[in-house]
Design a protein around this ligand. Structure first.
Ligand code: HEC
Length: 146
């Protein structure tokens, strides 16, 4: 066993240890982007109700999807997932309390949208839709980088 072999072995071991973490982070980043795209599409479907293009009964399914993503939002941003193809701002992890508050505000708004949507209450859907939109924007302003 020469020195070079030992060095190669060490490199292989180091790669074996590091690679799964990198793959994990890429999967996490992809999953959260998918969740954000679910939000974008679902909010678009609710907007069609708000605009009168669809009846109030069409809001329940997308409102449920929005609420479901809300429950995954904190888990979508685990430590270490700030590296890679992501616009997630470092502040998400350095200001975790603020980020958790942004998620909580979102979940409150999403809950109100779900209640109004299940009740097919168009006025309620309209005001809750604005509330959800504000919480998307508030989080993006602070925690999404350029
Ligand atoms: C608690 C914070 C938070 C909330 C709430 C939030 N987002 Fe995001 N969003 C982010 C962050 C951070 C990113 C960047 C993610 C990345 O690049 O890894 C993002 C990215 C996105 C993207 C781009 C995804 C991609 O494919 O790159 C879309 C679209 C999006 N958000 C839509 C929404 C909509 C619509 C809402 C509200 C219904 C919403 N988001 C609510 C934090 C949030």
């Amino acid at each position: 066993m020469g020195k070079a072999f030992g060095r190669v072995t060490a490199a292989v071991i180091a790669f074996a240890l590091v690679a799964p973490v990198a793959v994990f982070a890429q999967d996490v980043i992809k999953n959260r982007k998918d969740d954000m795209q679910i939000l974008r599409k679902s909010v678009g479907a609710v907007k069609a109700v708000v605009d009168g293009k669809d009846g109030p009964e069409a809001a329940a399914a997308p409102a449920q999807a929005v609420a479901d993503v809300g429950k995954r939002l904190l888990a979508d941003f685990p430590p270490g997932s700030d590296q890679g193809d992501t616009k997630a701002a470092a502040l998400i992890w350095s200001d975790r309390a603020g980020f958790e508050a942004a998620v909580a505000n979102f979940n409150t708004a999403a809950g109100a949208l779900l209640v109004a949507s299940n009740a097919k209450n168009l006025d309620g859907i309209k005001s809750a839709f604005d509330g959800v939109g504000r919480t998307c924007g508030a989080c993006h302003d602070k925690y999404r980088g350029k």
